[in-house]
Structure formats: C-alpha cells, structure tokens
Write a protein that binds this ligand. Sequence first.
Ligand code: ADP
Length: 390
Amino acid sequence: MNFLWPLLLLLVIAGAAFLLRRERRLRNGFERQISELNQKFKRATERLDEERARLETTFSGMVEGVLLTDARGDILHVNPPFREMFGLKGKAEGRSALEVLTSVAADDAIRQVIQNGEPVEREIHFEKPRPRVFQVHFSPVRRDGKLSGVVSVFHDLTEIRRLEEVRRDFIANLSHELKTPLTAIRGYSETLLEVSDLSSEEFRRHLETIFRNAVELSHLTENLLNLSRIESGREEVLLELIPLRPFVDRLLERFQSQAEAKRIEIENEVPQEAVPLQADSTKLNQILANLVDNALKYTSEGGRIWVRSEVSGKEFRISVEDNGAGIPKADQERIFEKFYRVDKARSRDSGGAGLGLAIVKHLTELHGGRVRVFSGPGHGSRFQISLPQP
Ligand code: ADP
C-alpha cells in the first residue's frame, strides 16, 4: 500500500499543475479580451471626440447662428455666432428655445417640425437684443429613424432688408423729384402747342417756365451722377496746396448777381495771411459752392453771409455762416441724407432736390474730414468743414 502514496501525491500535483495552467490560460485570454475591449472603447471615444471637435469647429466657423434642440424644444447646443446674435451671456443648454429666442413665431416653427418631422423655412423678426430680421431654416434631426430634435440655422437678413428699403426710398424720392419738373414742362409745352391765341408775353412766360424746369432737371441729374460717382468709391482725391483767400474770392464772384438780386452781402473773412491748405481744389470748390448756394437760398432779403477759416491743431476749418432761417435741432442730423429737406415747399421753390449737403458730406469725408452744422431756427446757420492737414 505504501507505494500508492507517492503515486497519489504525483497525481494531485499533476492535477493541480494542470488546473493552474488552465486558470492562467483562461486569465490570460480574459485579460486579452478586456484589453481589446479597452482599446476598442478608447478608439470609439477618440472617434467621438474627434467628431465632436469637427462639428464644433464647423459650427463655430459658420457665420450663421445654429441652435440644436431636443424633441421637447429644450436647447442641446448653440454655436458662438448664435450666442452673439441673441446676446447670450450664460449657459444656453437646458433652457427652452422660447425662453432664449423670445419669439413665439420661432417657437411655433420648432414645434411644427417636431410634430410633422418636415423642415420649415421662415423669415422672422426678432426684437431682442435689438431689432433684426432672420431667415431661419428649421430641420428635423433623426436618430435610428426616430425624430430626436430640431436644428435651426439663422441667417441675418437685416442689412439686406435695410438696403432694399434704402433703394425703394431712393427710387420713390427720385420719381417724385422728376415728376414735378416733368409735369410742368409737359403742361406748359401742351399749352404752347394747343393754344393759338397766346399773347407774346404769355408765350415768353411759358417758355421761361419750361426752361427753368429743364435747368432744374439737368441740375438734378448732374448731382445724381456726381453722387453715384463719389459713392462708387472710384473718385480720387488729388491734393494740392490752395491759397484760400483768393480761392474764395473767385468762388464768390460766381454768386455775386444771385446775392445782389436778394440784396444779400457775402463777406470773405478768410485772413489774407492764412497758410495754404491741402485739398482737392475741384472738390473744395464743389463743397463751398453748395454751402454758399444754400446760404443764399435760405437767407431772406437783406441778409448776410460770412466765409471764415481757422487752423486748429492739424485741422483746417472753413465755415459758411448766414443769418437766415436756421434749422430745427431735430432736422440737423438728417439734412445730410439724400433728398432730405426741412421745408419741402420752400426748398423746391428754390430749385433744391435735397442732394447738395449729401454731396458736401461725401466730398469732405473723401478728404478724411467731417462737416458739422451749428444752427437754430431764427438764429442762422453755420456749416463748418474740417480737413486734416499733414
Ligand atoms: P436742397 O437742394 O434742398 O437745398 P441740401 O441737401 O443742400 O438740399 O440741403 C438739405 C436741406 O437742409 C435743405 O432743404 C434745407 O431745408 C436745409 N438747409 C441747408 N442749408 C441751409 C441753410 N444755410 N439754412 C437753412 N436751412 C438749410
């Protein structure tokens, strides 16, 4: 029996060794599997991170605002342009779209997409944080065929709409300006053609009216062409040194008969010893001619006009002042707009279309300068242009 013990012991040891090896093999296999799983998981998260970063970069690089909401209309994500458009300070995620957009129309559109699963496109006016108009595309987002949310893309149309309005106003104003002289020309020429027994005096008066209106029309087109050339940015400024005193003397000669007809005195108070100023002489001539012409138009008989100059630091200032009608405060900012006139009837009587000051402003700004007005009703007006000097 004694020989059996060692045999048994050997068997036990062999069994234990076998079990140990199997367990090690199993453990190794298990560890390998876990490590492989780990690797896969790591790769998947890296891919997800990359995907998210790519999306984030795309969203951030867009000029459009992007808002992603879940199927309840709560915000999941917004991009930086959206934050800027709606003046968002804190976190948007988790808040409702309605709360952030403060627009029932936009919220309605999101609800409609959630309900029907179809994209919607709307032009929506937003009042906050400032009035703006956006074209918004609301599209459904699906996961595994099920609607999981809505992505809304906001395209800012405010500037386009503003420019369209400016163009519409411009055309309306221009048609109006053209209509009055054209109606007069047509009416008076019809009378000349159809009425045979006009006295020579009446005939002459009618012809004069036609002539006056034709001149007005050619003035208008000239000014419009001028403005469009300046606004197109093609106009160049050719700087030269101008001795101002004789320059103003020459300019005022052109207005002498107009001034005498209204018994208005124009004084050139530019100092004889004034240093020459650097400017484009043709443009400076246009600027000052428009200002003197206005001063004459809006000053009553027996009035006075002064042209003055001064140097202040690196600026050369020229002013045209009158003791005429003056301009109400509320209109002072707007008189530099095209076609803007304070007293429509009065300005029309004097042949104005409201383009003169727009030209003055543009030409002054082309020099890098600015124009200002100091005035009050009944207290005359002073238009001052400041031109930077080297
Ligand atoms: P307009 O051709 O009508 O004179 P402007 O652009 O030159 O057009 O001027 C715009 C408006 O500004 C004028 O219609 C007038 O109401 C006002 N205005 C301009 N200059 C004077 C002035 N010196 N005194 C009073 N009002 C002025």
